[in-house]
Write a protein that binds this ligand. Structure first.
Ligand SMILES: *Cc1c(COP(=O)(O)O)cnc(C)c1O
Length: 461
């Protein structure tokens, strides 16, 4: 009964994965062509499973980005470790609802273990609560919900029961370079994007400790500080020790850290100093689908005060009393896949040393990319301390270069804005990227920059 579907899916997956390192990385297809290639007529009578999967595989392929491959340097995008992909297949095969222990004792207990391992690797308090969510954005939503409960609750207000209208709402402090999804988490929880006080940053995008202290001094009452480990353009982290020192004098304060990718620096001994003091925070958001190279989607919401997280997120129904063993007490979702299982598999296959080595290797490859791109005459705009490289070609249109690189297909990089001007961003987050991949990418980028800047080139400005 299962063979037909699993055999076809397995064959297609092997075909895709065996080509992912060599195919053009981006796909120059527009929405109309994509739509034209997929059968959009809802059938009246069903189509056999094998035919559905074969046709789907063929129809999807022209629109699939090889973002799991070794030369995709766009955004901050991990691939999938083979062991994590295998575990993910098993999760789908078992089709467990990981909401509660009674629905899946296996999922609940693997989640406990994987959560403990993540805390250990990141150097966070071993009794913190860990919720397995879809991404760092939802991890921040879960953490901010815990912070809101704790801070508003300390003023004698039950925010879960009485809502935010009329509540003694804490003031929110964020760095000027906070990630858009951190702001989104604040919006979703009723804090409003414009009400957050923005703290000035240094030339790498790091919150300035002096400005932070000034902003804090101007605020009376409870504060929620949303700091960051790993600025998305430069990879730098906020000065956690100085922030935590300043907060020590405050009675009602919560320090949250958006560490989507950058928190993994804590797992690599030689990078750990970049996030010094991060363990002093109250909550942390960290992705597994970026640097840990687990398939989408997986992230962890980590909260020091277990009661704040479970108090904010536990639902109750007569038929479904929830307790500590139930994962749904720690996540905004109810029914969900057992996404801790691929995290467990990745961590067990890598081990403590493997995780550190993965982080180190990506950082070394980012350094190599920066050196090679500088050798091609491009300006490196950031101190390359982690896995992110910010680049600006001198005197050449950034959007034009990005489009040329994306069309070319050797590698994929995207654009960003840095100090009010466009720039290119090169992120190394994939387990399978080699030094040769980086050289192949930087060489091609250099050639395309040359072609666009040479006056003889038809495409030159
Ligand atoms: C990617 C990223 C996020 C959002 O993560 P998702 O997994 O896409 O929800 C948040 N913060 C930073 C710094 C990021 O790099």
């Amino acid at each position: 009964m299962w063979d037909e579907a699993l055999d076809r899916a397995g064959a297609w997956s092997r075909h895709w994965l065996s080509s992912v390192a060599d195919r053009p990385v981006g796909v120059p297809i527009d929405a109309a062509a994509m739509r034209a290639g997929i059968d959009d007529r809802l059938p009246t009578t069903g189509v056999p499973a094998g035919q559905v999967l074969d046709e789907l595989g063929a129809a999807l392929e022209p629109g699939l980005v090889a973002s799991g491959g070794p030369r995709y340097f766009g955004f901050v995008t991990g691939g999938a470790l083979p062991v994590a992909l295998g575990a993910d297949w098993m999760v789908s095969a078992a089709d467990q609802d990981a909401a509660t222990f009674v629905m899946s004792p296996a999922a609940a207990v693997v989640e406990e273990i994987a959560g403990r391992w993540v805390l250990d690797l990141l150097g966070l308090p071993d009794d913190a609560a860990v919720g397995f969510v879809t991404g760092a954005q939802m991890a921040s939503v879960a953490c901010v919900a815990a912070a809101r409960r704790a801070l508003v609750g300390a003023q004698g207000w039950d925010v879960e029961r009485d809502g935010l209208a009329g509540a003694p709402v804490p003031t929110v402090l964020v760095g000027e370079h906070a990630h858009a999804t951190m702001i989104q988490a604040l919006r979703l929880l009723g804090f409003g994007s414009a009400r957050a006080v923005r703290v000035a940053v240094d030339d790498q995008g790091r919150m300035r400790a002096d400005r932070f202290r000034e902003a804090l001094a101007a605020i009376a009452g409870p504060v929620l500080v949303c700091a960051q480990a790993g600025q998305v353009n430069t990879g730098v982290s906020d000065p956690f020790d100085e922030i935590a020192d300043a907060l020590e004098q405050r009675e009602h304060a919560w320090l949250h850290v958006d560490g989507a990718f950058g928190l993994w620096a804590a797992a690599a001994p030689t990078r750990r100093a970049l996030v010094a003091g991060v363990e002093r925070a109250d909550s942390w958001a960290v992705d597994a689908h970026k640097w840990l190279n687990v398939p989408y989607d997986a992230a962890m919401a980590i909260v020091r005060d277990r009661g704040a997280l479970t108090g904010a997120l536990t639902t109750s129904a007569a038929y479904l009393p929830l307790g500590d063993l139930d994962p749904a007490t720690r996540t905004p979702e109810n029914s969900r896949r057992a996404r801790a299982v691929p995290v467990y598999a990745a961590l067990r296959a890598l081990g403590r040393e493997g995780v550190a080595e993965l982080v180190e290797r990506c950082c070394a490859l980012a350094r190599q990319a920066a050196d090679e791109l500088a050798g091609q005459g491009l300006d490196i705009l950031n101190d390359v301390v982690l896995n992110q490289v910010l680049v600006r070609p001198d005197g050449v249109d950034v959007a034009g270069i990005a489009a040329a690189v994306q069309r070319d297909g050797t590698c994929w990089i995207g654009t960003t804005v840095w100090e009010d001007r466009p720039a290119l961003r090169f992120s190394v987050s994939n387990w399978s990227t080699t030094p040769a991949d980086v050289t192949r990418a930087t060489t091609r980028i250099g050639e395309l920059v040359d072609a666009l800047s040479s006056p003889a080139s038809p495409g030159a400005p």
